[in-house]
Design a protein around this ligand. Structure first.
Ligand SMILES: Nc1nc2c(ncn2[C@@H]2O[C@H](COP(=O)(O)OP(=O)(O)OP(=O)(O)O)[C@@H](O)[C@H]2O)c(=O)[nH]1
Length: 313
């Protein structure tokens, strides 16, 4: 106001009322500015930005004008954060909020101040940050998607090798700390090269997808099923004994053999060879379990394929 008066004096311009000048400034801002009594929540002032978006204050309370479906003060009201234990203003509180009337995001700067009549009031200056928030949300969604893609086998949608090792180590740590059994099944499709050679790579891809779907239908949510590469798959099963893993493998072996895949008018079939290893109280490393299951699987291949072989004990 001093500044306005000083301008008046110096430039000898027509008289400018201080109140009008301040109102003009506040009404020109591209931000909501409002003042509400801290005790009654009565809206004492709101600039043009606020009036154009939320309507006239008309003696109403801030929560009646600025928020939707409120029957009393908002649960997120910042009043109690703006005063210290002695009831004195603590300074500016900066926070972000999605308005419940228009869905826009605002960065709010709230402060308790003394109103000319001596009351404590909350002044809020809020700028629209919706564009920034949307960009942040899009970036976060893209980051999550990239994370999922990095762990997913693009052909079958199963966990990939990287995810299998990351999740598998966690499962083994848990099994070791709870001294519970964990079992590992490896399986590899039989004579898969022949399918590629005879029907083409696209046909081979369809078989891989069908086998992955059949396997996914047999495992529990807590099991970690992955395509390790090529036509080789693995399942790590927490809280599972060797006998239980062998049973699951037998079931899965039959399910794969029963799978008929239609491809360009042809009916394709494939079987798998299975190897099973176990750590009865979770005390083995993932590499050791894989090596044992791989050895057992090799045994199943050697014994004629389309069968399950368990680790030598
Ligand atoms: N279609 C398709 N083929 C793949 C993919 N990855 C690996 N292969 C093929 O899988 C075949 C694996 O062949 P082999 O390792 O000889 O195994 P196999 O023919 O199944 O023989 P056994 O394992 O001894 O029963 C090769 O022809 C690879 O090119 C893939 O993503 N898609």
């Amino acid at each position: 106001m001093e500044c306005v008066r000083a301008m008046k004096g110096k430039q000898n311009s027509p008289a400018v009322d201080g109140f009008q000048a301040v109102s003009t400034i506040l009404d020109s801002l591209d931000a909501l500015v409002y003042v509400a009594a801290m005790d009654s929540h009565e809206l004492l002032f709101m600039n043009e930005y606020g009036r154009s978006k939320w309507g006239e204050a008309g003696g109403r309370k801030c929560w009646q004008v600025l928020q939707a479906d409120q029957s009393g003060p908002c649960t997120f009201c910042t009043n109690n954060q703006l005063l210290d234990e002695q009831g004195q203003p603590t300074g500016v509180l900066v926070w972000e909020f999605q308005n419940t009337v228009n869905g826009h995001w605002y960065q709010c700067r709230d402060q308790a101040i003394r109103w000319p009549d001596g009351r404590l009031v909350r002044i809020e200056i809020a700028t629209d940050i919706t564009d920034r928030k949307q960009m942040e949300q899009q970036l976060e969604a893209a980051r999550r998607e990239a994370e999922i893609r990095a762990d997913t086998d693009a052909l079958t949608d199963l966990n990939n090798r990287r995810a299998f090792f990351n999740l598998g180590r966690q499962v083994l740590r848990q099994a070791q700390s709870s001294a519970t059994p964990v079992s590992l099944v490896m399986f590899d499709l039989d004579h898969f090269k022949q399918i590629n050679d005879e029907y083409g790579h696209a046909a081979g891809d369809e078989v891989l997808k069908a086998m992955a779907t059949a396997a996914a239908g047999q495992v529990r949510a807590t099991d970690i099923l992955a395509r390790l590469g090529g036509e080789e798959f693995a399942i790590l099963m927490p809280q599972t004994t060797l006998q239980q893993a062998e049973k699951l493998s037998e079931r899965l072996c039959q399910a794969l053999a029963a799978c008929v895949i239609s491809f360009e008018g042809k009916q394709l079939q494939c079987t798998g060879s299975f190897g099973v290893s176990t750590a009865s109280s979770g005390e083995a490393s993932l590499d050791a379990l894989l090596a044992q299951a791989d050895k057992a699987m090799f045994k199943a291949k050697g014994a004629g394929r389309n069968r399950v072989s368990i680790v030598d004990r």
